[in-house]
Design a binder for this molecule. Structure first.
Ligand SMILES: Cc1ncc(COP(=O)(O)O)c(C=O)c1O
Length: 356
């Protein structure tokens, strides 16, 4: 039997989510800005492209994890933690913003950063790794690769601290991903309200995600009954079924706050075509997206996540997916400090302009 769930209004969605702990960390709502010169440069007959500036969430150079951490750090505090044990690649934006959130609320943080391949950048003390150290995270670099091996290592390290009497809050996917996803349902609510205030309804929304951000936007889109697609462009392909995983994460998030909507894997519009040579490795199309946005709007996307997602949107526009009288929204999830750890590689790939 098919059951129909009534779409929530943005205020009803907010009211539901108000039942879980949250602390203010991000500058919200982030601006929704039109990119007139970029839109024209991508295609003279293409749609207007808008950018949702989640790179401006604050918290040590901005990004999607400022929204996530409003829920995760609140959960850590509610559970009486005195230490956060977190981990990802050596140039992790997640770890940098989580370290900043911990500094802001006075929690200790220990980062377990995996240098194994695929890793998001080299372990030079630059970019995110430099910021981790400045903001006072204790950093342990390990050989494991991001994924199940690193997750096991993080659990082991957390147990080491627990044995010493610390009360840790640990990177544990089933706990943290649904809470992080909730924060992105609220980003969708902002897009609905801001686009309406600007006099348009998007034809589509694009974001870079293989995880909780994508789960959150998909849940937000379905719970709010949006008539347009919200697409996740993958920065990495996990060794599991991402549509299955993201829909399960979205459903756990919905259950947590009493949202009746449920997702099936088909509700996750997950696009793996713009990964290029692999996670963390720049793609030619991503480098083109990065230079085009920078040179038409003075805005930066970085090579690991946002440039690849933007290259997907550019490709869809050029392939004629949208009409000239339509509007599309790109959610900029931040991550820009990562470029400084890859200065040489990027300098070699970015075409120079020389005026005579
Ligand atoms: C800049 C940036 N964008 C997008 C993402 C994707 O987020 P997730 O796959 O965790 O939803 C990340 C994850 O680290 C990121 O750092």
């Amino acid at each position: 039997m098919t059951t129909f769930t009534k779409a929530l209004t943005t205020n009803e969605l907010r009211a539901k989510i108000a039942c879980v702990p949250r602390i203010p960390l991000a500058h919200l709502p982030t601006p929704l800005e039109l990119l007139p010169r970029f839109s024209q440069a991508v295609s003279a007959n293409g749609p207007r492209v808008w950018i949702k500036r989640d790179d401006c969430t604050g918290l040590l150079f901005g990004g999607n994890k400022a929204r996530h951490n409003e829920f995760l750090i609140a959960d850590a505090l509610a559970k009486g933690a005195d230490l956060v044990v977190w981990g990802a690649g050596v140039q992790s934006n997640n770890c940098r913003q989580t370290a900043a959130a911990c500094a802001k609320v006075g929690l200790d943080i220990h980062l377990v950063l995996g240098r194994g391949k695929p890793a998001s950048g080299p372990d030079v003390v630059q970019g995110n790794l430099l910021l981790d150290q400045i903001v006072g995270a204790s950093v342990e670099i390990v050989e494991e690769a991001v994924g199940p091996a690193l997750d096991r290592k993080i659990t082991e390290v957390a147990e080491r601290f627990r044995a010493k009497g610390r009360k840790d809050y640990v990177w544990d996917r089933p706990v943290v991903l649904p809470l992080a996803a909730l924060s992105y349902t609220l980003c969708v609510a902002e897009i609905v309200e801001q686009s309406s205030a600007s006099g348009f309804q998007p034809a589509a929304v694009y974001v870079s995600s293989s995880g909780s951000t994508g789960a959150g936007v998909a849940l937000g889109a379905k719970a709010l009954g949006l008539p347009y697609p919200v697409k996740s462009i993958a920065p990495m392909i996990w060794p599991w079924d991402s549509q299955q995983e993201l829909s399960a994460t979205a459903n756990r998030a919905a259950e947590l706050v009493g949202i009746e909507t449920r997702l099936t894997p088909d509700d996750i519009l997950f696009i793996g075509d713009y990964l290029g040579p692999g996670y963390g490795q720049p793609s030619d199309a991503g480098i083109e997206a990065m230079t085009l946005l920078a040179r038409t709007e003075g805005l930066l996307v970085e090579h690991v996540y946002t440039a690849k997602a933007l290259s997907g949107l550019i490709d869809h526009i050029r392939a004629g997916h949208f009409r000239a009288d339509q509007d599309v929204v790109f959610i900029h999830t931040g991550g820009t400090p990562a470029i400084f750890a890859e200065a040489e590689m990027l300098a070699a790939r970015i075409p120079r302009r020389e005026l005579n």
